[in-house]
Design a protein around this ligand. Structure first.
Ligand SMILES: Cc1cc2nc3c(=O)[nH]c(=O)nc-3n(C[C@H](O)[C@H](O)[C@H](O)COP(=O)(O)O)c2cc1C
Length: 179
């Protein structure tokens, strides 16, 4: 498991307590596509999870190219968290999907059924268009701002291929690539 567990738990982010992050997919023409989603730490798979409608562009893009990049700015910690990872799309694991469905806000669950032309549908029943994107990060890029002195901010890369050892801890001031 990557270092994300530590940051996620520091923030108290778990299945029931998501963060709002921007995640990017790649379109058919190679174009970047970005949008805000709720990202959860999924205990069962030890990865990140995003609930979505299987009719969305992101789901279609991920079917063709199962790669996701995400970015989140933790205001309280003054920290930018970026990650990239492989994706697995979950659409048949009933037990897991029902758990995920129950975590989705009531109004949002209603929208799923409204899109199927069933606005009065029982919201405890999972809509068939509901799916979960699992993302298994391979790279984490942490930009820690020093609130007292921005010139002392650091950027650290972690790669799964390197056993999640912090690969580069660089002062942003000494690195031309960092700003
Ligand atoms: C605060 C916020 C949270 C959102 N959370 C989600 C989410 O968890 N899952 C999702 O599919 N869309 C979510 N959306 C909607 C997406 O940003 C996007 O508009 C929609 O999913 C269609 O995106 P796509 O066409 O790129 O697939 C959220 C939007 C906002 C503004």
């Amino acid at each position: 498991m990557g270092p994300e567990r530590e940051w996620w738990s520091v923030k108290g982010v778990d299945e029931a307590t998501p963060i709002f992050a921007q995640v990017a997919t790649v379109g058919e023409g190679g174009e970047p596509q970005v949008r805000t989603v709720q990202v959860r730490y999924v205990e069962k798979f030890g990865c990140l999870g995003v609930n979505t409608n299987k009719g969305t562009n992101k789901w279609k893009a991920l079917l063709k190219k199962p790669l996701l990049a995400g970015c989140y700015f933790d205001v309280a910690a003054n920290r930018q968290i970026r990650w990239e990872g492989d994706v697995q799309l979950i659409e048949e694991d009933d037990i897991f999907l029902n758990q995920m469905w129950a975590l989705v806000e009531k109004g949002v669950r209603k929208v799923y059924w409204m899109k199927e032309g069933l606005p009065e549908h029982d919201l405890s029943v999972r809509c068939p268009t509901f799916g979960t994107i699992l993302c298994f990060p391979k790279v984490w890029d942490i930009y820690q701002i020093d609130a007292g002195d921005s010139s002392r901010s650091t950027r650290t890369l972690y790669r799964e291929s390197n056993g999640w050892k912090p690969e580069e801890e660089i002062s942003v001031a000494s690195h031309t690539d960092s700003f």
